[in-house]
Design a protein around this ligand. Structure first.
Ligand code: PLP
Length: 283
């Protein structure tokens, strides 16, 4: 497999950046992760639109045209042996000659892209679900930007791992906004809820897709704030992301969610999600 760095394709071991890169020094950059099935990216334009918004959010011009991004992505997908992959894109504010918080003048951004195998989901997940824990959200106020400054998310996800949970659900002023690396859906009395988008959470592409699939399935869905109590009293709780798809959460802080079993609506929406992936393959 090859990677892309600043206009060239090369083996991963040859890709090097200067230590003064602002991504390394300040976490001054943004990224994107795009799932691909049978070498076809899922929701590519939505991902590239979000990349555009993330770049605007940190006041960095998009270094590549849409056609160039597509070319890079398709090249990487073809160079990799696995059919199902996760494409990773990252842009930083480049590597000026001195370390200074202020934006450098005349410095080219660093543009990097790679791909990796998208591992199939552990079949036990659809039988048993996963565990999650609630944690205070310690991140910044612009979680709508897919920033590479991820240390808060790293610590929170590790806290979940330490608690043998798949995800940390993040609480801000009593409201559960999202997971450390995923968005959130709650089912209660047959009605789906998900927190509305805003600066406190990342507008997930998978979240959008799940909302569309719920509409296709005629399932009532409301974008509304979700409280800790809503999560604890839920019949079903789900998390979703590009690399993990839609996952049922059956234990929250060690307590069963609903009956503690994978719920019927998860099965319905997961089937719709899998059908959507299959359409990509045949379409
Ligand atoms: N929220 C956060 C904080 C994330 O890091 C991610 C993705 O990793 C998501 C939500 C889900 O976004 P998407 O469905 O676009 O992968």
């Amino acid at each position: 497999a090859e990677v892309y760095l600043n206009g060239r394709f090369m083996p991963l071991g040859d890709a090097k950046i200067p230590v003064l890169d602002r991504g390394f020094l300040f976490g001054d950059g943004v990224y994107e992760v795009i799932p691909a099935y049978h070498r076809k990216p899922l929701r590519l334009h939505a991902h590239l639109d979000r990349l555009e918004r993330s770049l605007a959010g940190i006041r960095l011009a998009n270094p590549l045209s849409r056609a160039d991004w597509e070319g890079v992505i398709l090249h990487l997908l073809r160079s990799h042996e696995a059919a199902n992959q996760a494409i990773y894109l990252q842009i930083t504010r480049g590597a000026p000659a001195v370390r200074d918080h202020r934006f450098p003048q005349r410095t080219q951004p660093t543009v990097f892209a790679m791909t990796k195998t998208l591992a199939p989901r552990d079949p036990r997940i659809s039988e048993q679900g996963v565990a999650a824990v609630l944690r205070e959200d310690t991140r910044w106020q612009r979680c709508d930007i897919k920033s590479i400054s991820l240390v808060a998310a790293v610590l929170l996800r590790q806290e979940a791992a330490d608690a043998e949970a798949e995800e940390a659900l993040l609480v801000r002023e009593g409201w559960v906004v999202e997971g450390s690396t995923s968005n959130l859906f709650v089912v209660r009395d047959g009605i789906l809820s998900t927190p509305p988008t805003g600066p406190e959470l990342l507008s997930g592409i998978t979240r959008e897709l799940v909302m569309e699939l719920a509409a296709c399935e005629s399932l009532p869905l409301i974008e509304q704030p979700v409280s800790v109590e809503d999560c604890r009293a839920a019949d079903e709780l789900w998390i979703c992301s590009s690399t993990r798809e839609l996952l049922p959460v059956t234990r929250l802080d060690g307590v069963a969610v609903g009956q503690g079993l994978v719920g019927p609506l998860w099965h319905r929406l997961n089937a719709a999600y899998q059908a959507c992936k299959a359409d990509l393959e045949h379409g």
